[in-house]
Design a binder for this molecule. Structure first.
Ligand SMILES: NC(=O)c1ccc[n+]([C@@H]2O[C@H](COP(=O)([O-])OP(=O)(O)OC[C@H]3O[C@@H](n4cnc5c(N)ncnc54)[C@H](OP(=O)(O)O)[C@@H]3O)[C@@H](O)[C@H]2O)c1
Length: 270
């Protein structure tokens, strides 16, 4: 890592609590690899202080941006001057960028990271029938990007069905088409089945869907990073179905964050 000096640009991760976050390790290693004169520090901010804190960041001229996590992902939305489509539809921001004029721009790249990882593994959702199980924060962002990447059909299943219906309606309105529909969690008849619930993090969790009903060759993709192989991935693999883990969703986002933070040569994403 470049030694911190008066030239160093400051980035952050906003969370409460903060001790568990791994973003500083991941992003500072990435800054180091990129040769960037930048540092990312933990910013422990309570929800009631968020508006004042974001206002203060506007005046900090060497502040470049911050990753946003629990409990601030929704609360920071109205504090941003602009939002990308995924943030607006998902109702959550996972990274902010400070413009040179002190403006604060909110983005959600969970879906971009997920789809980039899927594509890099050879599972392009373009033209495919995709079942998304889970319409929480991660699920919403994934739904936007799966649809934007040309899925032929997007079935959305969720324990709370009203959320699946609302999300399908938002996707169809956003793309002005009828690609998405709220469906049951039956994975039969799909090319790609995504677990975007939190089911699988704890050993006692039920499976998010029945792997016995998967079509032969259907890809089972995860958002969960720990464990690396979730029970539904193991069950799918035992049936001979290809699986895709949760980690690439994060590693692909790190590349996007570097672009957004202006420490790589590519153009920032919209
Ligand atoms: N790999 C990555 O980079 C990455 C990034 C973000 C998140 N994630 C992971 O994604 C997962 C979801 O995170 P999130 O932020 O979307 O959480 P969230 O907003 O709380 O959503 C949780 C989802 O899981 C469902 N769910 C929870 N308990 C359930 C149960 N007992 N039975 C059926 N459905 C259940 C919820 O259904 P209801 O709507 O009915 O409550 C909802 O769809 C977490 O494991 C998180 O760690 C990974």
């Amino acid at each position: 890592m470049t030694p911190i000096s008066g030239h160093t640009r400051i980035f952050g991760i906003l969370a409460d609590p903060i001790h568990h976050v791994r973003t500083p390790q991941v992003m500072n290693a990435a800054f180091g690899d990129a040769g960037a004169d930048a540092v990312l520090v933990p910013m422990h901010v309570q929800p009631s202080d968020l508006p004042a804190f974001v206002q203060a960041l506007r005046s900090m001229q060497n502040f470049g941006g911050a990753n946003i996590t629990i409990p601030h992902k929704e609360a920071i939305l109205p504090l941003c001057d602009t939002l990308n489509d995924t943030a607006r539809i998902a109702g959550a921001v996972n990274v902010i960028q400070r413009g040179a004029d002190g403006s604060i721009h909110g983005f959600n790249y969970d879906g971009h990271g997920f789809v980039a990882g899927l594509k890099a593994a050879g599972h392009d959702p373009g033209g495919k029938r995709v079942l998304l199980v889970g319409a929480g924060g991660a699920g919403k962002a994934i739904a936007v990007q799966v649809a934007e990447n040309g899925a032929g059909y997007l079935g959305i299943a969720n324990r709370t069905q009203a959320k699946a219906e609302a999300l399908a309606g938002q996707i169809n309105a956003h793309l002005d088409c009828s690609v998405a529909a709220a469906v049951a969690d039956d994975p039969g008849g799909y090319d790609i089945v995504i677990n975007a619930t939190s089911l699988g993090m704890r050993p006692q969790d039920p499976l998010p869907f029945d792997p016995a009903a998967l079509d032969p060759g259907a890809v089972v993709a995860e958002v969960i990073m720990t464990p690396e192989v979730t029970p539904v991935m193991a069950a799918a693999a035992a049936r001979g179905n290809p699986t895709h883990p949760g980690l690439p969703m994060l590693t692909e986002q790190v590349k996007i964050f570097l672009e957004l933070y202006g420490v790589s040569s590519s153009t920032p994403l919209a």
